[in-house]
Design a binder for this molecule. Sequence first.
Ligand SMILES: [Cu+2]
Length: 474
Amino acid sequence: MFQKGTNYYDGIVGVTQCEIPNKITFLYNFTLEQYGTYWYHSHFQGQIVDGLKGPLIIYDPKDPFYGKYDYEYVMTVSDWYHTPSGILLPLFRADDYRGFDPIPDSGDISGLGQCDCEAAPKNSSCNPNNKIATYVVKKGKKYRFRIINTSALVHFTISIDNHPLTIVEVDGDYVKPVTLNTIPINIAQRYSVILDANQPIDNYKIRAHISICTPNSNITINYNASLTLNYDVTGILKYEGAEDKLPTSKADSLNYTSLQCRDVNPNILKPYYESKVPKNVISTYKALVTFGALPTGKQVALINNSSFVPDSNYPTNQQVVEGVDKFQNAQNTHIYECKSGDCNDAAVDIYIINNNTDSHPFHLHGHVFYILYNGENNTGIEPPDESEFNLKDPVTRDVATVLPNSTTVIRYSVNNPGVWFFHCHIQWHLNMGMAAQMVEEPTIFKNITKIPKEVTGLCVTADLANNKDNKKTK
Ligand SMILES: [Cu+2]
């Protein structure tokens, strides 16, 4: 969300607040300036893995697609770990761990998934007879599905047999309708699609295919799950009047292999409302994304050779407000202010230069960005040719996938003073430090911001709670 004027309610430990201690209630109180399909989730430790997340839908009274559909559904797709993050994360972040990202045990559609319980981790709860996510439709009606990928690790390709899907919204912004049979959706991305229930009354398969876009090896945590995981998560599109039985429909053209770990081609998405790409680029941030190791041997993710470590007791935005203007390397700060030219037209370019074989869904807080350039597979880290940038009609998003050994270039308007988190949305990569902080207009931010006591108070409370815990263990 934009969080204009309320950067301190953006929810990131070490960036905009201290953690909320156990048993403390904290109210996020902010003004909405956006409409569309969003979701809320924790970024603290591995809480997202344990399910601390949910959809957040904001209805637009002037939605241009009202009247183009009759009903709507929210459909989340996600991976699911049967082992709590409290066990997974310490194993994953141990100095001597040499495997890759922990593998989920199953996938689900709107919280319902099927799992081979024989293969589930011992002592984990597993229901072999879970219901299948079912969406009931009436023949002759049209439905808007708001699809959200709330995973920790995996990418999905989604299709519904015999039903093409017309995209009308991407990450909260409307686009000119585009009809596809299969929708690739990376972590944290959202699509609204319109489905026409114009087929014979029957049950049709919803197919949500899992792709793991990072390598694994037999020393990866939960590696066995990669062998037993059901990569084809299914749901049912059930017409009213259809029998209660499993669908026997066939996939019409399930062409997911070419879409795995990718976005919907940004070149086919066009903004619904004309918008002018800002031209006064006041700052360019070249973010080289790599993996490496600390002297201790601990594996880390790096941006420009620095692994992000949050200052959990003194959030960056509080530091800026108190006049701090120099930050440690591990803070991965990028600071910019508009000092010349038309500041209403000011913009920042981020080159996400991916120098490894994973693909990464990068997310920027506080903004939507234009996708100027989406590099293709394995073209290396050479700088992209600026003449290929789309400055005319690029789609806006807030999560973009950067492909393996490729560069993606995004641009956003400098219109929201604050400290904005920029990070890979693969939870495990975030835990490894694949993140940076955009310090936007610090002078203005300092002058206009008074951080509420409830927010700064969290730091004191967290301190007290930690001290108490320390005493207990002594
Ligand atoms: Cu990543």
